[in-house]
Design a protein around this ligand. Structure first.
Ligand SMILES: [Zn+2]
Length: 66
């Protein structure tokens, strides 16, 4: 069954409430996390350090919240 309501979910990693499509955690491949944490894990996996991860996420937000 498919519904079109916006689902709210709480990210277990950062505790933030989000309502966009969740990302799958790379650490266990079953936990659903928020898109930001999904981005962080993806960046971390290619060797981007924490400061740069936050910069990239801020940039993504600037472009998606307009
Ligand atoms: Zn999160």
């Amino acid at each position: 069954m498919k519904d079109n309501t916006i689902r709210m979910a709480v990210c277990p990693l950062c505790g933030r409430t989000y309502h966009s499509a969740p990302a799958l955690s790379r650490t266990d491949n079953k936990t659903l996390i928020c898109p930001d944490c999904g981005t962080r894990q993806a960046l971390q996996s290619i060797g981007v350090d924490a400061d740069e991860q936050e910069q990239i996420i801020k940039t993504i937000h600037r472009h998606t919240q307009e």
